[in-house]
Design a protein around this ligand. Structure first.
Ligand code: FES
Length: 124
């Protein structure tokens, strides 16, 4: 029997029993169907998979699910509370800062995390 992890995603508690290779990105997209978190490079370089974990911007493709116990995760879907855009999302709309949409998770969450919180590629 594997390790059981309990954590929160966008305010909802989730439980998982991951194998050692499962990443947070895999779980968000394939189990929770939160497809706003994208799989770009899968190596920690592009930022398309950026989420907030305990108030820090992190690359979900580099985070093993087995290490998520007790953590709080916010995805791009969690930014728009109650159907209202987050101020960062509103600012992007007002400025017409729209590209392909693939990197919005990185851009929106990258603006939220504290300065210097972005991990280097390969960090857990
Ligand atoms: S998918 Fe590119 S950094 Fe995670």
């Amino acid at each position: 029997m594997g390790v059981v992890v309990k954590f929160w995603v966008n305010g909802e508690q989730v439980v998982a029993e991951p194998d050692r290779k499962t990443t947070l990105l895999d779980f968000l997209r394939e189990t929770l169907h939160l497809r706003g978190t994208k799989n770009g490079c899968g190596t920690g370089h592009c930022g398309a998979c950026t989420v907030i974990i305990d108030e820090e911007a992190r690359r979900a493709c580099q985070v093993r699910l087995e290490r998520m116990d007790g953590k709080r995760v916010e995805t791009i879907e969690g930014l728009a509370a109650g159907g209202r855009l987050h101020p960062i999302q509103s600012a992007f709309v007002r400025a017409g800062a729209i590209q392909c949409g693939f990197l919005h998770a990185r851009n929106d969450h990258g603006q939220q995390g504290p300065a210097g919180s972005e991990p280097s590629p390969g960090s857990p």
